[in-house]
Design a protein around this ligand. Structure first.
Ligand SMILES: [Zn+2]
Length: 213
C-alpha cells in the first residue's frame, strides 16, 4: 500500500501488525481482527521505540475493552463470596461461578464434584435479590447435594428466599402461557404439565449437576 509500511510483532502470544501511515499525523488507533490478531495504525514519523510503546499501550487498552464487554462473571464470583460469608459461614467455596447462555430450562446449576456454579443469563436484568437467592441455592448445594431438609435450612437463609421463588414461579408461568399474539409454544422436556415447571424442585441424581431451581 502506498505511503504505508508494515511491521509484525508478537506480544504475549498476540500477533500484532503495525501499519505506519504517512497520512496519519498524531493519532494512533488499534482494532482486533476476526482471527484475534491486532492491527495498530501509527503515524509514520514515530520512532521504533515509540512504536513499540504504543503497541503495548494499545493492546492493554483493547484487552480492557474486551473485559468490559463481558461483564458479570467477576461480579458474580464476588456476590457468591459475600453470600457464602453472610449465610453459610463462608463454608461454600465454589471453584468458579459464571453466567451461561445455554440454560433455558433451569436458573442455575451446580456440580458439587468440581465445585462449579453456573447461572442462566436469563437472570440478568432480574432484581438482585432473585439472582442472590438462586446463587445461594447453588452455593448451598456445595454443602448439601440433595434437596433434603438440611439443604433447605441453608438455601432458605436468605431473607427474601420465598419472595424470589415466587418471582421465578411467576416468570416461568408467564413463559409457559405466552400472550396469544406471540404464538410461541411452551417448550420443555415435558411441556406444560400442571403446576410443575422449571422452578419445581426435585431430587437431583447423585453426581449429576443440579437440574432445577
Ligand atoms: Zn437445587
Amino acid at each position: 500500500m502506498k505511503g504505508m509500511d508494515t511491521v509484525g510483532y508478537d506480544v504475549d502470544g498476540v500477533s500484532v501488525e503495525v501499519r505506519r501511515s504517512a497520512k496519519r499525523r498524531r493519532t494512533v488507533s488499534a482494532y482486533r481482527q476476526e482471527d484475534g490478531s491486532v492491527v495498530v495504525l501509527v503515524p509514520a514519523r514515530l520512532s521504533r521505540a515509540e512504536e513499540r510503546e504504543w503497541v503495548t499501550t494499545m493492546i492493554a487498552r483493547l484487552e480492557k475493552q474486551d473485559r468490559r464487554r463481558r461483564p458479570g462473571d467477576e461480579e458474580l464470583a464476588e456476590r457468591a463470596r459475600l453470600l457464602s460469608r453472610e449465610h453459610l459461614g463462608g463454608r461454600a467455596r465454589p471453584t468458579s461461578v459464571r453466567w451461561v447462555d445455554n440454560q433455558q430450562q433451569r436458573w442455575g446449576s451446580c456440580t458439587p464434584a468440581d465445585g462449579t456454579i453456573r447461572l442462566s443469563s436469563r437472570l440478568q436484568g432480574m432484581p438482585a435479590y432473585v439472582v442472590d437467592c438462586v446463587l445461594l441455592h447453588e452455593l448451598a448445594h456445595l454443602l448439601v447435594a440433595d434437596h433434603s431438609a438440611a439443604f433447605w435450612e441453608l438455601a432458605d437463609r436468605h431473607p427474601k428466599a420465598e419472595k424470589a421463588k415466587g418471582y421465578l414461579e411467576g416468570y416461568a408461568h408467564a413463559q409457559r402461557w405466552p400472550a396469544p399474539e406471540t404464538g410461541e409454544e411452551p417448550s420443555g422436556p415435558s411441556g406444560p404439565s400442571g403446576p410443575s415447571g422449571p422452578s419445581e424442585l426435585t431430587e437431583p441424581d447423585p453426581g449429576e449437576p443440579d437440574q432445577l431451581f
